[in-house]
Design a protein around this ligand. Sequence first.
Ligand SMILES: CC(C)(COP(=O)(O)OP(=O)(O)OC[C@H]1O[C@@H](n2cnc3c(N)ncnc32)[C@H](O)[C@@H]1OP(=O)(O)O)[C@@H](O)C(=O)NCCC(=O)NCCS
Length: 149
Amino acid sequence: MWKVRNADIRDIGDLLLIEEAQFPEPWSRRMLREELENGATRRYTVVEEAGRVVGVLGLMFIEDDVHINTIATARDMERRGIGRALLDDGLVAAIQRGSTRMTLEVAVGNEAARAFYAQYGFAPLGIRKQYYQKTGEDALVLVRDLHSL
Ligand SMILES: CC(C)(COP(=O)(O)OP(=O)(O)OC[C@H]1O[C@@H](n2cnc3c(N)ncnc32)[C@H](O)[C@@H]1OP(=O)(O)O)[C@@H](O)C(=O)NCCC(=O)NCCS
């Protein structure tokens, strides 16, 4: 059985494996470390199962907004509710912190993630053209008002 907990610097090895398996432009060890060490504006949580980190959610707080910097589940653990557990936990934390809107970018062709966010009532805010450098793909900016939660 897995559990959600705060991320720790010792999780970086597992986080790199998830990043590399799930993103065309994975974050480096250094970027991950900087994110985890930036506790003032970031909130990183992971799902751990049997000593292995199998999911991650990274939030960034900017004034009244909270932005999803990253969310990913290990490939062999998808569709088991891990993403939902992480986002549910993050939404509660963001509301407690006073955030009024959650935003994110998602690649237009990322159907799994778009289906995931649609479930939560995220709506399109705009397009960032060629946002992803490696693939040249556009990003869709999605937003969810948190007042109604
Ligand atoms: C998007 C992602 C985080 C979802 O994580 P997950 O742990 O598999 O999600 P869950 O099991 O909690 O799924 C919750 C719901 O999202 C939707 N969903 C998730 N993956 C889906 C898929 N491949 N196709 C269609 N719907 C999907 C479903 O409605 C699902 O509910 P259900 O399984 O009861 O039908 C995961 O697919 C992932 O890591 N993708 C690669 C990284 C990525 O693209 N991150 C987002 C960047 S913006």
